[in-house]
Design a protein around this ligand. Structure first.
Ligand code: AP5
Ligand code: ZN
Length: 212
């Protein structure tokens, strides 16, 4: 399965990607995680991305297209993959087409802007593996520790309410046009994110049933 996850920041793309990836045994490629990793290890790419990310802006297309080209050429992507956070602009989507990547479906997770701001303030992420938790909606079994790798859970810098508002604006202007782009290709599946993570998971798996 070659799947794109689309949705506002905090819509739950990373959370759903974890479930789909385990069920189908395919890798998740999260451009946000790749960039955060690069930032942490202080690479040239990470340094370039830093100011964009921390202010909630998009990192330039050419950097992201380079990352994806490189990642999709690796062996573990042969049997499918989930793209979480890419494409985020029309030029990025066109670049995928130019690379000859045939996507099976684009799953759009819809959540209202008001709910996004609340969600983001309660999100905690594992500093080691990037898994996502929530102080109310998705608590780890041991407080402050990741269930998957035992890493420490921290708050992301760009989850500050002002930055979240900027990210939402960027989403509506630059990323949302992708819905029409993929709808025209007959690939768009829409799921409404529910209040409970488990309920959204059920709807997502139902929407993907015909693809697996
Ligand atoms: P990225 O990391 O991709 O951020 P994002 O798209 O803003 O998405 P998030 O990771 O914030 O949210 P999510 O939808 O994965 O939600 P999650 O599952 O964690 O990108 C960060 C930055 O990198 C960008 O701003 C940009 O600068 C740069 N970048 C990345 N890709 C780029 C690209 N292609 N081009 C240019 N720049 C790029 O869930 C959120 C919270 O809600 C969690 O706490 C979760 O537990 C909780 N939750 C999830 N589902 C539910 C539910 N149903 N009910 C209640 N709570 C829920
Ligand atoms: Zn972890």
């Amino acid at each position: 399965m070659k799947l794109i996850l689309l949705g506002a920041p905090g819509a739950g793309k990373g959370t759903q990607a974890e479930v789909i990836c385990q069920k189908n045994n395919i890798p998740t490629i999260s451009t946000g995680n790749i960039l955060r990793e690069a930032l942490k290890s202080g690479t040239e790419m990470g340094l370039k991305a830093k100011t964009y990310m921390e202010s909630g802006k998009l990192v330039p297309d050419e950097i992201l297209i380079g990352i994806i080209k490189d990642r999709l050429s690796q062996d573990d992507c042969k049997n499918g993959f989930i793209l979480d956070g890419f494409p985020r602009t029309i030029p990025q989507a066109e670049a995928l087409d130019t690379m000859g990547v045939e996507i099976d479906a684009v799953l759009d997770i819809e959540v209202a802007d008001e709910d996004i701001v609340t969600r983001m303030s309660g999100r905690r992420v594992c500093e080691k593996c990037g898994s996502s938790y929530h102080v109310l909606y998705k608590q780890p079994s041991v407080e402050g520790k990741c269930d998957i790798c035992g890493g420490t859970l921290v708050q992301r810098k760009d989850d500050h309410p002002d930055t979240v508002k900027e990210r939402l604006e960027v989403y509506h202007t630059q990323t949302e046009p992708l819905k029409e782009f993929y709808s025209k290709q007959g690939k768009l599946l829409v799921v409404h994110g529910q209040e409970k993570v488990e309920d959204t998971i059920r709807l997502v798996l139902e929407a993907l049933e015909d693809l697996t």
